[in-house]
Write a protein that binds this ligand. Structure first.
Ligand code: DX5
Ligand code: ZN
Length: 233
């Protein structure tokens, strides 16, 4: 087992090396066949899985917790990116790193003073960052961006898959790319599909989270190939 700091460094370098890359969001996957879903995504060239954790309080929807992350950790070497949509990230985020998460984002709306938790997660060996909803003033995260390994600009209000893309995320990505330089990993999540993915990458996004545009398609591999083609066009 390597030092925590080198584990985080490896995650960051792997994600930087792959960018731009599509992160399938398991929110809409077939949970009765989770291992099969992971194998299909591996075969389709996935580098990193996006795991949406919702607590029914921070957002009006409930998904899953640490047991799913540790189960996935046992069956795949893919990078696991955990998006915490929960009211108390300080209490639970470290447990997700223990369960095998490689990268974690939590919401600035849930923890307006996030420095201590970012430091804690990084010291555990995770890449750590902040997520922000479209309606939250952008200024709220700016002081903390230098501490982040990644920033997640939401392009829908967190909570549900299948919502339309909010272009405010594009302005935010472009601003962050300009202000923070090339090293910061920029992630976008919500309504990313064939029509919106190209603009996301042009605005600076590295990590493109995609739910329905993969999981509501018959063939995940074909959907990812098409998205990659549009993304890089
Ligand atoms: C929404 C989640 C997303 C969601 C994306 O709160 O954070 O990861 O699964 O799904 P689509 O791509 O359908 O908007
Ligand atoms: Zn997400």
């Amino acid at each position: 087992m390597s030092e925590p700091s080198s584990r985080a460094k490896n995650t960051i370098l792997a994600l930087r090396g792959a960018r731009p890359t599509i992160l399938p969001s398991l929110l809409l996957c077939d949970f009765a066949n989770l291992e099969r879903e992971v194998r299909l995504l591996e075969e389709a060239g996935t580098v990193c899985l996006h795991l949406d954790v919702m607590d029914g309080h921070f957002v009006p929807n409930l998904t899953y917790g640490m047991p799913i992350v540790s189960a996935l950790r046992k069956i795949t070497k893919l990078t696991l990116d955990v998006h915490l949509m929960i009211s108390d990230p300080s209490q639970y985020a470290p447990q997700f790193v223990d369960a095998g998460a490689d990268a974690i984002t939590f919401h600035i709306e849930a923890l307006p003073e996030p420095s201590a938790l970012l430091t804690k997660l990084q010291s555990q060996g995770a890449a750590a960052g902040l997520a922000i909803n479209p309606s939250t003033p952008f200024e709220s995260i700016l002081p903390f961006v230098p501490q982040c390994d990644l920033v997640l600009a939401m392009s829908v209000d967190a909570g549900f898959g299948g919502q339309p893309f909010n272009p405010v995320a594009l302005e935010r990505l472009a601003h962050l790319r300009k202000a923070a330089g090339p090293d910061l990993l920029l992630e976008v999540d919500g309504g990313v599909n064939d029509s919106t993915i190209h603009q996301c990458v042009s605005s600076g996004a590295d990590l493109l989270v995609v739910g329905s545009a993969i999981f509501r398609q018959a063939d995940y591999g074909q959907a990812m190939t098409r998205l990659r083609r549009v993304m890089q066009a």
